[in-house]
Design a binder for this molecule. Sequence first.
Ligand SMILES: [Fe+2]
Length: 257
Amino acid sequence: MLHRATATTDQPHGWQDYVVPQNWEAFTEDDHAVWDLLFARQVELLGSRVVSQFLDGIDLLRLSHPGVPDLGELNAILEPRTGWRTVAVSGLVPDDIFFAMLSERVFPVGNFIRKREQLDYLEEPDCFHDLFGHIPMLANHDFAEMIEHVGRLGTSAIAAGRGELAARIYWHSVEFGLAREGGELKILGAGLASSFGEAHFSLESDRVERLPFSVPRAARTAYRNDVFQPLYLVSESVDGTVREILATTPKGLLAIE
Ligand SMILES: [Fe+2]
């Protein structure tokens, strides 16, 4: 989620207004088969190319269980572990709502799954992206705390008219970040972990730039959400990026020009 950085909406509202019932029973046999196909294909594709915290999360949350996950069952494992829970939403939510959710350890999950004919093309994030890509890292205590903090940074940055600063930090870490682990370059971001085409591309292409992640660099680096990234920011370690983001205050973020 957060595949665009748009302005806030006009009407006063709470994030709860965007939550819909998952209605898990409405997923068809084919929906579940598409999930299974995507899951098996992506796990094989990623192998060990993703940070170990992600693989730990897949196991902890039993995401290999067949079929589209039931959010109630998932939350029964996730919430006691890190205090995060998932809610179903009908599609992309405005950035102010998204950050408000994150600041309360609530992660929105698009309540639909792509069709078999469009396995590799998505106009907006579906539940495979949101659940497979994002939720494993929410089972990690440090990363879970970091994402909540990004939510608070986002809420205050939007209030100051600078929402893009927080959106870019999120983008270059949680969504499309790379990270070093044991001397190797690995996938960190959900947008890469859940992508068939961009996962290997991000690690192997010699046509892209890869620069060290820092909060100021991330906050200054605009991004595109409609093409493969021309630039990836690389965390020296997941722990280091967690510490740097947690140490960022709203005031410190807004001071970045
Ligand atoms: Fe996402």
